[in-house]
Design a protein around this ligand. Structure first.
Ligand SMILES: Cc1ncc(COP(=O)(O)O)c(C=O)c1O
Length: 369
C-alpha cells in the first residue's frame, strides 16, 4: 500500500461543528468586516493571551508589514536579513525603501548584531530583523544599536506567536512587531496577521492606515490600504485560541522526539538545540553538513521519494532573487553564513497532528534505514 504523504506542516483545525455557532452569530449581526464584534473580541483576547497592550488585526502578515513601515514613516535604507521569507524584504520594496542585507549569526540564524553597525549609512532609518523559526533575536544588542543611531526597529515576528522571554512577551520588543496567521503558522486564521503596538496612539494610526486612511466618514489622512481582517477570519481565530495551548504542547513533544533521535546523527546539526526551548517549535530545521552521507538536496529527494515533503526554508536567500541580487549588500562575500545556512537547511515535518509513527518514518529516512 502506498504511504500517505507527510507535509512539512498541516494546519490545526478545530472540529467543524464548533465553528457553526460563530457563523450563526455573524449571520445574525450582518457585520462581515470593518472592525465588527468578532474582530474586537479577537484583538482583546490576543492581548490577554500574548501579554501585550495593543493588537491591530490584519488580512495577512504582508499587509501588516507594509503598514508597520508606513505607520512609522520609514524611508531610505533599512537593515534586514536575507535569511527569511521574501515578504520581509518585499514589504520594503513596496515603499521604495532599499533593503540592506546583513549576515546572520551561525548559532541562531538571526540577524547578527555584530555586523549591523558596519552597514549603517546616513540613509539608514530602521532595522527589520526576523525571529526566524520563532527563535528570539538578540533584542538587547539590536536595541542598543538602534538607540545609539536613532533607528527604529520593526520585528518581522511572523514565526514568533506566543514566544515568551523571562522578561515577558517577545512581541513587546522594538517599536512594532508583526505577526502572520497564515495557514502554515502556529496560530492560523486561514489568512491573517497583526501588528503589536506599544501604545493606543500608534494603534489608532495603524487602524486608520489599514482602512484606507479613513479617520471618520469624510476624513482621509493618509494613502492607507485595505488591510482589514474579516469577521469570518476573526471568528475562526477566537475558536483557534481555545486550542492553541494544546497545539503548542504537541509541537514541543514532536520537537523533543526529533532532538532526542537525531542528536547523535553524524553530519546532522540541530541549529535550535541550544536555545530551542525559547522557540514555539514553529519549524524544525536541521543542517545537513559535509560529513553526512548525502548532500542536503539528495536527502530532500530521498525524503520526497518516501512521500515526506520537507522544505528548504530558507533557500534561495532573499538576496538571490532577481529584484535584490544586483544590490551591493546581496553579494555572496557579504553573506557567507546565510549562504551556508541556505545550502544546508532542511525543515522537517512538525505539526500538532503528526503521529509518532509518521514521525518515525521521517527519522528512519534520515538515520538511514
Ligand atoms: C518571515 C515571514 N514574514 C512574513 C510572512 C508573510 O506573512 P503572510 O503570509 O501572512 O502575508 C511570512 C509567511 O508567510 C513569513 O514567514
Amino acid at each position: 500500500m502506498p504511504t500517505k504523504p507527510i507535509y512539512v506542516t498541516e494546519p490545526y483545525l478545530p472540529p467543524l461543528a464548533d465553528f457553526v455557532p460563530y457563523l450563526e452569530a455573524i449571520w445574525a449581526s450582518k457585520m462581515l468586516t470593518n472592525g465588527g464584534p468578532m474582530h474586537q473580541k479577537l484583538e482583546a483576547e490576543l492581548c490577554d493571551y500574548l501579554g501585550v497592550e495593543h493588537v491591530a488585526l490584519f488580512a495577512n502578515g504582508t499587509l501588516a508589514l507594509v503598514t508597520a513601515l508606513q505607520a512609522l514613516r520609514i524611508a531610505g535604507e533599512v537593515i534586514t536579513t536575507p535569511y527569511s521569507f521574501v515578504a520581509t524584504s518585499h514589504s520594503l520594496l513596496w515603499h521604495g525603501i532599499k533593503p540592506v542585507f546583513v549576515d546572520i549569526d551561525p548559532e541562531t540564524l538571526n540577524l547578527d548584531p555584530a555586523r549591523i553597525e558596519a552597514a549603517i549609512t546616513p540613509h539608514t532609518t530602521a532595522i527589520m530583523p526576523v525571529h526566524c523559526y520563532g527563535q528570539p533575536c538578540d533584542i538587547a544588542a539590536i536595541q542598543k544599536i538602534a538607540d545609539n543611531y536613532n533607528l527604529r526597529v520593526i520585528y518581522d515576528a511572523a514565526h514568533a506567536f506566543g514566544v515568551t522571554l523571562p522578561s515577558g512577551s517577545l512581541l513587546r520588543s522594538g517599536d512594532l512587531s508583526v505577526l502572520s496567521f497564515h495557514a502554515t503558522k502556529v496560530f492560523n486564521t486561514f489568512e491573517g496577521g497583526a501588528i503589536i503596538c506599544p501604545d493606543a496612539k500608534t494603534k489608532q494610526r495603524v487602524d486608520h492606515l489599514k482602512n484606507f486612511g479613513f479617520v471618520d466618514e469624510v476624513t482621509v489622512v493618509a494613502p492607507g490600504i485595505n488591510g482589514k481582517m474579516s469577521e469570518i477570519n476573526a471568528a475562526f481565530g477566537l475558536l483557534q485560541l481555545q486550542h492553541i495551548d494544546g497545539a503548542l504542547e504537541r509541537r514541543r513533544e514532536v520537537a523533543a522526539i526529533y532532538r532526542e533521535e537525531l542528536a547523535g546523527v553524524k553530519g546532522i546539526r540541530l541549529p535550535l538545540a541550544a536555545s530551542g526551548h525559547l522557540s514555539n517549535n514553529a519549524y524544525f530545521p536541521i543542517m545537513v553538513q559535509a560529513d553526512y552521507p548525502l548532500s542536503r538536496d539528495a536527502l530532500y529527494e530521498k525524503l520526497g521519494s518516501r512521500n515526506i515533503f520537507a522544505r528548504r526554508y530558507f533557500y534561495p536567500l532573499i538576496s538571490d532573487f532577481p529584484m535584490y541580487r544586483g544590490m551591493p549588500s546581496a553579494a555572496l562575500e557579504n553573506l557567507p553564513v546565510a549562504t551556508t545556512a541556505a545550502a544546508q537547511v532542511l525543515c522537517l515535518p512538525i505539526f500538532p497532528g503528526l503521529t509518532r509513527e509518521n514521525q518515525q518514518r521521517v527519522i528512519d529516512a534520515i538515520i538511514g534505514h
